[in-house]
Design a protein around this ligand. Structure first.
Ligand code: GLU
Length: 482
């Protein structure tokens, strides 16, 4: 059974890199009829907060992740929050002590530092061992501290040997002996260290594949030793390359938004984010770019995950969001737009409700023009504000020789007795029949006269939505001058 996990630490927002790791795990699990497990790594008690965890879970849900086991859904191998598994780590650490694969000691950080400095002075690698610690960890100290109820620190005895894995993305990776020395697995507070807790959990949760960012590759060495020490079978490892900014540096705030929440706020759709993230180091066998979740699940294999770093291209994500926005029907689009419109003050809730059809058409007319929902209010302004008339417009119309069309349009509008979209089309047909002008120039200046802008919503919607009276009023100003 394929079992994978996404193991975030709830210390802030969900980074796009984290979301990509979660997605690769998810696609791999679903492609193989396996299980996707969500584990909260909250042993850093100072930095992990309940709010961050809640916001993380909300964002994961919003993106469309459904975890088979984890917070909120439970499962056979829980609890799924590390802070609720403290007894397990303690028991496991003590078991290693009993088997002489780990040892307890009372040593202060300054003392450890002193040992390291001495080793370095002797040109040796700065790795301490049980014997070196015993100069400080004397029987007297032990007795005294034990009597006071102070818990010792538990250190893992790092075997002096090479470790090799066959990483599913990186290929064969060998960690040379002596790279790391003994290390802490359980602090005196009873808190496990990351490398220990991860192994205990991956083992007990029967994780078959560890798919994570390659910033964890260096941790893998200690983890391999702990797996071996605990006599647990090793999972497969797949270390995904980091995401870089366009300048080749690791993706950071400098490159723009890096949290999924920020994109949600700006008006990105979860399907665009997931689709875009899937393409960071992975590609569809036919190089297809726009893919549904089902398609991604169907095609995802680790073999197609590239070992080189992916470059984050926010413009491409933006483009993709535009593609997905165009797939929405007008009601859906209006539902998404509502919050932005109301927040901008263009309309209030009641106004929005009572003018729903009007606003739906207005929002719908922007569909091809927007890439994120937060652009909607500004683009809607043309429907709410009369443009300030400029004399040059009349001059331009004369230079274009489109003035007869403006005059004819004005008369047609004046005598029009109904105002729906088919009638508006009909009216334009009439104008075209009577006067032959360069229609491109005509429509361009008509838009300018009606909206004050060179670009914007579909013209027929502008005309329909501003209404006959406004149309006449705006045309009049120019007709008077030509
Ligand atoms: N909790 C770790 C992190 O947020 C992930 C651990 C892992 O995937 O092994 O980076």
């Amino acid at each position: 059974m394929i079992r994978v996990r996404f193991a975030p630490s709830p210390t802030g927002y969900l980074h796009v890199g984290g979301a990509r790791t979660a997605l690769f795990n998810y696609l791999f699990a679903k492609h193989n009829d396996g299980k996707f497990i969500l584990r909260i790594e909250d042993t850093d008690l100072e930095r992990s907060t309940a709010e961050s965890e809640q916001s993380l879970l909300n964002t994961m849900e919003w993106l469309g992740f459904k975890w088979d086991e984890g917070p909120g859904v439970g499962g056979e191998y829980g609890p799924y929050r590390q802070s609720e598994r403290m007894d397990i780590y303690k028991k496991m650490a003590h078991q290693l002590v009993e088997q002489d694969k780990a040892y307890e000691a009372y040593v202060y950080p300054e003392e450890l530092e002193k040992i390291r400095e001495e080793l370095l002075a002797q040109k040796k690698s700065p790795h301490y061992n049980e014997e070196m610690l015993s100069q400080f960890d004397t029987p007297e100290r032990r007795e005294e501290y034990k009597a006071k109820g102070i818990e010792p620190v538990i250190y893992f005895k790092m075997p002096y040997k090479d470790y090799t894995i066959n990483d599913l993305i990186k290929g064969e990776v060998t960690f040379k002996k002596g790279t790391v020395g003994d290390f802490v697995i359980l602090r005196s507070t009873g808190l496990p260290t990351y490398n220990f807790a991860v192994v205990v959990d991956d083992a007990l949760m029967k994780i078959s594949h560890v798919i994570r960012g390659d910033d964890h590759l260096s941790n893998t060495l200690r983890q391999l030793a702990v797996f071996e020490g605990m006599e647990y079978p090793l999972p497969e490892f797949a270390h995904v390359s980091m995401i870089l900014g366009p300048d080749g540096a690791r993706l950071s705030k400098r490159h723009g938004a890096t949290s999924v929440e920020k994109y949600q706020e700006m008006g990105y759709l979860p399907q665009s984010i997931m689709n875009y993230l899937a393409l960071l180091s992975w590609s569809h066998p036919d190089e297809k770019e726009i893919m549904s979740m089902e398609e991604m699940v169907k095609e995802f294999t680790i073999e197609r995950v590239n070992s080189s770093a992916a470059i984050y291209d926010e413009q491409k994500l933006r483009w993709m969001n535009g593609v997905y926005i165009r797939e929405l029907d007008d009601d859906e689009l209006t539902r998404y737009a509502k919050k932005y419109i109301i927040a901008s003050g263009l309309m209030d809730e009641t106004h929005f409700k009572s003018n729903y059809k009007w606003i739906r058409e207005a929002v719908g007319s922007l569909k091809k023009k927007i890439h994120q929902f937060d652009e909607i209010p500004e683009k809607l302004e043309v429907f709410f504000k009369e443009p300030i008339f400029k004399k040059e417009w009349a001059q331009q119309i004369k230079d274009d020789d489109t003035d007869p069309a403006f005059i004819e349009l004005y008369h047609q509008v004046k005598s029009a007795d109904s105002w729906n979209i088919p009638d508006i089309y009909q009216l334009f047909k009439e104008v075209a029949k009577r006067v032959k002008v360069n229609s491109k120039k005509f429509y361009h200046m008509l838009r300018v006269v009606l909206t004050g802008e060179e670009d914007g919503p579909e013209l027929v919607n502008v005309i329909h939505l501003i209404g006959r009276n406004q149309m006449l009023k705006r045309l009049e100003r120019v007709v008077d001058m030509i």
